[in-house]
Design a protein around this ligand. Structure first.
Ligand code: PLP
Length: 717
């Protein structure tokens, strides 16, 4: 059957089965127009939505809503996209040829309907795949399939976080079973001292990129192991090392079984650091090499991205867990467990040092990178003992600053403004500065109106989420009615949403509660706050911070002006970053390796108000946002928190609030504020952008790893 003869129904399913749809506003709006209410109820999952219709009903609904030509057009664009030959990758990454980059990550945040992420690391990996697809980079990705996801967050009447684990039915997701060409299911096996673990795999198509997710829920496994991949970051250390063994060794066996011979191996964070061991084992078996010879060859191809300077963020395993799980492969590598353990220690001979995945990843890769300039400095300082013969500046740790995938985070309304002022097909070259210069021509009025309409949309959405919670906990009709008037669209609105890890200090602005009360109650220049974020299920400190904020939202004077939205996910993130006036980011410097949520805000015209940490330390130019403090740290945490809290009140008081409320006498617009919005988009949009990031990875990491010539080797050994 030729493509033209595909039915309306077939074309819709074809679109729904490739996550490409989720960064095409016009495809999203097709699904939305099929049935707005069910679209929302079904978590924006197009497969679930389409399954609600019989083919005849779908045909009728398509005619009723006049969707046929829109679907034909979208389908044609998708086919063109999939077959396009003139991509950036075709011209710049040809050396990778038919051997793709193998990209490993424990989480992938592609869309809210695929709950395979906990926060920034996952969303970054998802954005990486989307940009790699857009740019035409040969890349294949590997992760785990979490049937219960991370968790859904409910906040109870006392403000305490409750975790709910919805079951994800793979039959109703846009994934298909990974099979050999003859149609037989691929099953991989990894060995431990106490027996093998088996996994099947699901394939999700993300544009041109294939993402394979390993799933232990098969009958070959013991009942206990069938649950091994049920939850992301959900178990104890034993589950953790088993998941990581599966990701690194199992993932590599899966890619090999499917016929991939990667030209470069990219470990996104240390969770996948066992992968090089399996590649080394294969070289030894296939080429008859010794461990040393094989590892020299494999390490050449490996790149590692480290993501955190927070000590608890680095997985460490004690000897027993290590021996049980790495013993078999250590024997096959001819080293034995005692010989291999040194690869996971800074000092191989230190019996007291536990086995660390980050150390293994550094030792198994020729080049490594941090995720912002400042994080590069901090990481080199942190890991100098790994290379005692080199000075700090000479360590083989560079940096590639994170970026966000523009089409995924840019609001459709803002996108049409870009379409009017930026060059034709600007989104194909959004990583280039010249493309963004046209933003200067946007008139203040149109930018402000667009922003206001997005802000209204966000407030509506926030009220909806609050109402849903109120109904669940059985709130009174009066309380529910009250929600419908909370948050004023004319009021300066500050957003704070991210994982509630204590170092992010969600409650910093609560340190001076009197000041907070004053700026909220100010009759001429009021301020309001929207908070959201999940705490790790085992992190009671994070949950206590959440509860503190919740309690504030219930107090007279704050109620309706400070709100806390539950269940932070990609969908909620999208609404917030598209609608806020100001995005607050106040981590304890220098613990925020990069941060990316503020970059999503940039694209939509919001302004960042941030500590000089992570990406912001290299982004702020004095006029493209606001900075809290001067980038100092203090060995005493309390002193640092106090100093930053004071700096936060003064930047709000002296800069943010006055500038927002300064209106032009003629047109009533906050023109100085709008000038800052424009400067933010123009100076930051192209840099903190996943296309630019992936181009950097190609040139600085993948091409050298594949044996080609690098463009910038300055930071890599
Ligand atoms: C972007 C994003 C993050 C990352 O936010 P940070 O500012 O880096 O902490 C976390 N969670 C979700 C759902 C996101 O979309």
């Amino acid at each position: 059957m030729s493509k033209e003869q595909l039915s309306f129904h077939d074309k819709l399913y074809a679109l729904a089965r490739n996550y490409w749809w989720c960064w095409q506003p016009e495809v999203v709006s097709i699904f939305q127009d099929l049935d707005r209410i069910r679209w929302r109820q079904l978590d924006h999952n197009p497969i679930l939505l389409l399954d609600e219709f019989t083919p005849e009903q779908l045909e009728n609904r398509g005619r009723e809503a006049v969707l046929h030509s829109r679907v034909n057009y979208a389908y044609r664009r998708w086919v063109e996209y999939m077959n396009s030959k003139h991509t950036w990758g075709d011209t710049h990454a040809g050396v990778l040829g038919h051997n793709p980059v193998a990209y490993y990550s424990a989480e992938f945040g592609i869309h809210e309907s695929l709950p395979n992420y906990s926060g920034g690391l996952g969303v970054l990996a998802g954005d990486h795949l989307k940009s790699a697809s857009d740019l035409g980079i040969p890349l294949v990705a590997c992760g785990l399939f979490y049937q219960e996801g991370y968790f859904s967050q409910q906040i109870d009447e006392t403000g305490w976080q409750r975790e709910v684990y919805p079951y994800v039915d793979n039959v109703r997701l846009a994934v298909k079973q990974a099979c050999f060409p003859n149609g037989e299911k691929v099953i991989v096996q990894v060995d431990t001292r106490k027996g093998p673990i088996f996994a099947q795999a699901w394939q999700a198509d993300v544009g041109r990129i294939k993402l394979f997710l390993l799933d232990c829920n098969i009958e070959q496994n013991s009942p206990e192991d069938r649950k091994l991949t049920a939850r992301l970051y959900g178990g104890d250390q034993r589950i953790r090392i088993r998941q990581e063994l599966l990701l690194g060794v199992g993932g590599t066996r899966l890619l090999t079984a499917l016929g991939y011979e990667p030209s470069a191996i990219h470990m996104n964070e240390g969770h996948s650091a066992f992968a090089p061991l399996e590649y080394i084992r294969m070289r030894m078996v296939e080429d008859g090499l010794s461990f040393d010879e094989a590892s020299r060859k494999v390490v050449w191809h490996c790149c590692f991205t480290t993501h955190t300077p927070v000590p608890a963020g680095h997985d460490r395993f004690d000897w027993n867990l290590y021996e049980e799980h790495l013993g078999p492969i250590a024997d096959q590598l001819g080293l034995g467990a005692a010989g291999l353990v040194g690869l996971g220690r800074v000092d191989p001979n230190n019996q007291h040092e536990s086995f660390c995945m980050t150390v293994l990843a550094f030792k198994c890769s020729r080049r490594a990178n941090a995720v912002s300039n400042l994080h590069g400095v901090v990481s080199r300082r942190m890991w100098t003992d790994l290379w005692p013969w080199r000075s700090e500046e000479e360590l083989p740790i560079g940096h590639i600053t994170n970026g966000v995938h523009v089409s995924s985070w840019l609001a459709p309304q803002m996108r049409s403004l870009y379409d009017r002022h930026l060059p034709l097909e600007w989104y194909l070259k959004s990583g280039e500065p010249e493309v963004w210069a046209g933003f200067d021509d946007v008139t203040p009025g149109e930018l402000w109106e667009t922003h206001q309409s997005l802000k209204n949309r966000m407030i509506n959405f926030a009220r909806g989420r609050m109402q849903r919670r109120a109904e669940r906990i059985g709130a009174s009709a009066a309380e529910i009615a009250e929600i419908q008037t909370c948050l004023n669209p004319e009021t300066l609105t500050i957003g704070f949403a991210r994982r509630f890890a204590p170092y992010k200090r969600a409650d910093l602005v609560l340190r001076d509660i009197e000041f907070l009360g004053q700026i909220i109650a100010d009759s001429k220049r009021p301020v309001q706050f929207i908070f959201a974020g999940k705490s790790h299920p085992a992190d009671d400190n994070g949950k206590a911070i959440l509860q503190r904020i919740f309690r504030l939202t219930q107090e007279p004077g704050f109620k309706g002006h400070v709100v806390l939205l539950e269940d932070y996910d990609i969908n909620l993130a999208r609404h917030l970053v598209q609608g806020v006036d100001v995005w607050l980011n106040n981590p304890r410097r220098p613990l925020e390796a990069s941060g990316t949520s503020g970059q999503k805000v940039v694209l939509n015209g919001g302004l960042n108000c941030s500590i000089l940490d992570g990406w912001w330390a290299e982004a702020f130019d004095g006029q493209n946002g606001f900075t809290i403090g001067s980038g100092r740290s203090h060995v005493n945490q309390d002193v640092q928190d106090d100093r930053d809290a004071k700096a936060l009140t003064s930047v709000l008081m002296d800069e943010v609030i006055p500038l927002f409320y300064e209106r032009d006498e003629d047109d009533g617009l906050p023109n100085s504020w709008i000038a800052r919005m424009k400067r933010s988009v123009r100076t930051l949009g192209w840099r903190f952008n996943a296309d630019r990031m992936v181009m950097d990875y190609v040139q600085q990491a993948y091409i050298p790893a594949a044996g080609g010539v690098s463009c910038d080797m300055s930071r890599f050994g």
